[in-house]
Design a protein around this ligand. Structure first.
Ligand code: ADP
Ligand code: TRP
Length: 329
């Protein structure tokens, strides 16, 4: 059976941009009976940005609880933590030795750091650690170890998939044809989810709506969506953050009705109130599951350990073959 695999970096509390932009589609895909699905928490990738042990643990649990609350079925999907698969790190080292440094010099995240340093007249490598530099190799190890066929990712990860394919080719050319060449799957219909200020919703802009905050937090974040000074009576343009956010949660009838109200005139306060209502009715049942897991972290740990046990069977097989191919055994 073909394998589908994706990694989720636990670098912050999930927001609705993550849900509508990535989680929802990935969970739909995981239900496809034609694939064996492996979804994992890329915690050692996150170590590059999260250097606080309390936060590291908190984000890992939050991400796991989020995916479970959004419908990931651990009976169907192998759901595990990257750091629980030691074979990933063995393969990572082996792949380091066949990856030309030049390939990593061209990786976007590293290049952006170097450019930024140059613009600030700093040493080009200032603040660049080896975790950032070698990030694409670890990602290749995640993917190749599981002989993945399909990898759902956001557009920003396309280059990493290209590097993974390149690394697979180098290995196959050096040691014999072994690794499956993975295909990226970038859902096209997913647009950018807009944040409170009209820019892309992102934790780095501080303009997010927390996916599973409590009702009070949801209401207060929705109230912060930037509008203009038009009076309630004035007809309004639907090309604005609040209408876009409302539409994420509303059904087509509700969207039509809201359009009508925009053209006739409606107060921003009322739009925000209705946005809260539709958002809360979608999120409330999922929030309940989320809160359950957050208050039972031992259940999350059990699910992830179980997932790791299954995934390690695949990992052991691959690494066994790799060891033979390189001449270790
Ligand atoms: P952030 O931008 O808040 O740091 P991440 O980079 O951790 O978010 O994103 C995790 C996943 O969620 C990625 O697959 C990314 O494509 C998706 N995602 C994040 N923000 C958005 C957004 N505003 N619109 C669509 N997808 C998003
Ligand atoms: N780099 C990915 C991100 O930032 C996360 C990730 C790590 C990943 N390993 C992966 C995604 C393997 C797909 C496959 O979102």
């Amino acid at each position: 059976m073909k394998r589908i695999l994706t990694g989720i970096k636990p670098t912050g509390t999930p927001h609705i941009g993550n849900y509508f932009g990535a989680i929802k589609q990935a969970i739909e895909l995981s239900k496809n009976e034609d694939y064996e699905a492996l979804y994992f928490i890329a915690d050692y990738h996150a170590l590059n940005t999260v250097k606080n042990p309390e936060l590291f643990k908190k984000y890992t649990h939050e991400i796991a609880a989020t995916w479970l609350a959004c419908g990931l079925d651990p009976g169907k999907v192998m759901f595990y933590k990257q750091s629980d698969i030691p074979e990933v790190f063995e393969l990572n080292w082996i792949l380091n030795n066949i990856t030309p440094k030049g390939v990593l010099n061209r990786a976007h995240a590293y290049k952006a750091c170097v450019e930024d340093n140059k613009n600030k007249n700093l040493d080009p490598d200032s603040g660049v650690n080896m975790g950032l530099y070698c990030y694409p190799v670890l990602m290749a190890a995640d993917i190749l170890l599981m002989q993945s066929n399909l990898v759902p990712v956001g557009l920003d990860q396309k280059q990493h998939l290209e590097i993974t394919k390149e690394i697979a080719r180098y290995f196959n050319n050096t040691f014999g044809n072994f690794f499956v060449s993975p295909e990226e799957y970038i859902p096209e219909s997913v647009g950018t989810i807009i944040g409170l200020d009209g820019r892309k919703m992102s934790k780095s802009y501080g303009n997010t709506i927390t996916l599973f905050g409590d009702e009070k937090m949801l209401r207060s974040q929705i109230n912060k969506i930037v509008t203009n000074s038009q009076t309630p009576e004035e007809p309004k343009d639907t090309d604005c953050a609040i209408f876009k956010i409302f539409s994420l949660f509303a059904n087509s009838k509700q969207i039509e009705e809201m359009k009508e109200k925009f053209s006739k005139g409606i107060g921003w306060g009322e739009v925000k109130k209705q946005t809260f209502e539709v958002a809360n009715s979608l999120l409330a049942p999922m929030r309940e599951v989320y809160n359950y897991y957050i208050s039972h972290p031992e259940e999350i740990d059990k699910i992830l350990e179980n997932g790791a046990k299954k995934a390690r069977q695949i990992a052991a097989q691959t690494i066994g073959e790799v060891r033979k191919l390189i001449g270790k055994e």
